[in-house]
Ligand binder design. Structure first.
Ligand SMILES: [Zn+2]
Length: 197
C-alpha cells in the first residue's frame, strides 16, 4: 500500500478477520475448548488523513529541532491515518478464575515520518504516534498491536457469576472460621484493648 497516496486521498479501508489470525493476541486468550472452537471476528478500519492538525505542523517548522528535518517532512507531517479495531476476547477473570469475555476497542491516530530520525523528532513534538514510511507497513501487525494495548490490565467480571461467587465465598468462610480468627473480630478486640489502655 502506498501510504502517502492513501493519506492524501483520504482513502478508507475496512475489513474483518478472525482473532485466530492474530497470533500474539490469540496467546492471551483462555485455552478453553469453547474459546478454541469459536474465533471472534476482528473488525477494523484504516482512514487516510490528508491534513492532521495543521497548527502543530506550523509549530514544527518554527522550532529549531524541526528545521534540521528535510523539507518534505513538513509536508509528510500533515499526513497520517486513523486506525480503529474492535473484537472480543475470552480472558480469565482474576477474581473468580472463570472465563470472562472482554470487548476490545482500539482507536489511534498515526502521523507519518520519512525515516527513523524524523520519527524521533516528531515523537518529541507530537502526541500522536508516528509511522515510519521507510519501513514495511503491515496493517495487520499494527491492528494487533493496538488491540493488545486495548486489553484490560486486569480482566474481571463486573459481577462474577453468582453461583461461583457463593460457592467460593462459603468455602472460604468455613475455612477461615475453622483455621483463622475472623479478621474483623481481631480488629474489634484490638480496638477494645486500645480503649482500655
Ligand atoms: Zn469473575
Amino acid at each position: 500500500m502506498n501510504l502517502i497516496q492513501f493519506a492524501q486521498d483520504a482513502i478508507q479501508l475496512e475489513g474483518e478477520f478472525e482473532l485466530h489470525d492474530l497470533p500474539r493476541l490469540s496467546l492471551e486468550q483462555t485455552q478453553s475448548a469453547q474459546a478454541m472452537a469459536h474465533s471472534p471476528r476482528v473488525k477494523w478500519s484504516l482512514l487516510g488523513e490528508p491534513d492532521m492538525q495543521a497548527l502543530e505542523v506550523t509549530k514544527l517548522v518554527s522550532e529549531p529541532r524541526a528545521t534540521r528535518l528535510a523539507v518534505p517532512q513538513t509536508l509528510v507531517a500533515k499526513l497520517g491515518l486513523t486506525l480503529q479495531a474492535q473484537t472480543s476476547i475470552e480472558l480469565t477473570c482474576q477474581r473468580c478464575l472463570s472465563a470472562v469475555v472482554c470487548n476490545l476497542d482500539a482507536q489511534r491516530q498515526f502521523r507519518f515520518a520519512l525515516d527513523e530520525a524524523a520519527a524521533l523528532a516528531l515523537d518529541d513534538e507530537l502526541e500522536d504516534d508516528v509511522l515510519v514510511l521507510s519501513q514495511a507497513f503491515d496493517a495487520m501487525e499494527l491492528i494487533e498491536d493496538e488491540l493488545i494495548m486495548a486489553m484490560p490490565l486486569v480482566a474481571m467480571h463486573e459481577t462474577c457469576p453468582v453461583s461461583l461467587a457463593q460457592h467460593s465465598g462459603s468455602s472460604i468462610e468455613s475455612d477461615a472460621s475453622s483455621e483463622k480468627p475472623n479478621p474483623f473480630a481481631v480488629l474489634a478486640q484490638l480496638k477494645t484493648k486500645r480503649g482500655q489502655v
